[in-house]
Design a protein around this ligand. Structure first.
Ligand code: 5GP
Length: 144
């Protein structure tokens, strides 16, 4: 059911896209919106979501919209890398609740990783300090 089923227009990311919920944005154009995860698994954990599609997951993404969206995912990953200088970048995406998905609008996670710094578990990180998130967003935006 969570892998297949109707798109819920009231999912959190749909609300963020409509401007009904706030987000600490780092990038926006006609194809995608990128913003910081408020429960970051590492410093700079960023989410990239496609606009103008009702795709719950990667499997539902219209093929013609996938390429432009993935270009934005790479663009944001490069900016996060340039801004925060991690030793690695974990890019992740979950399809369906059994796979770990909790919000059913397609999104890629961009999670910077540093040597000898553990990443918090998916769904196990505490809420971020908003001042810290805004400072990180400014750094990432400056690297776009
Ligand atoms: P998923 O579990 O669906 O792959 O990822 C959903 C992500 O959204 C999680 O990493 C979670 O921390 C994040 N998240 C949940 N609620 C909010 C919110 O209200 N704002 C932001 N920016 N991120 C959220």
């Amino acid at each position: 059911m969570s892998l297949h089923g109707p798109y819920d227009d009231n999912n959190i990311f749909a609300k963020i896209l409509r401007g009904d919920m706030p987000a600490v944005k780092v990038f926006e154009d006609d194809v995608a919106l990128a913003f910081l995860d408020i429960f970051p698994q590492s410093r700079g954990h960023t989410l990239v979501i496609p606009k103008h599609v009702r795709a719950r997951n990667l499997l539902e993404m219209p093929a013609d919209a996938l390429g432009p969206y993935m270009l934005r995912v790479q663009h944001i990953a490069k900016a996060v890398e340039a801004a925060l200088k991690p030793d690695g970048v974990f890019v992740a995406q979950f399809n369906g609740a059994p796979a770990g998905q909790t919000i059913f609008h397609l999104h890629f996670h961009i999670i910077p990783r540093w040597d000898n710094e553990a990443m918090k578990g998916h769904g196990q990180a505490p809420k971020a300090d908003m001042d810290a998130l805004n400072a990180l967003a400014a750094q990432i935006k400056a690297a776009l």
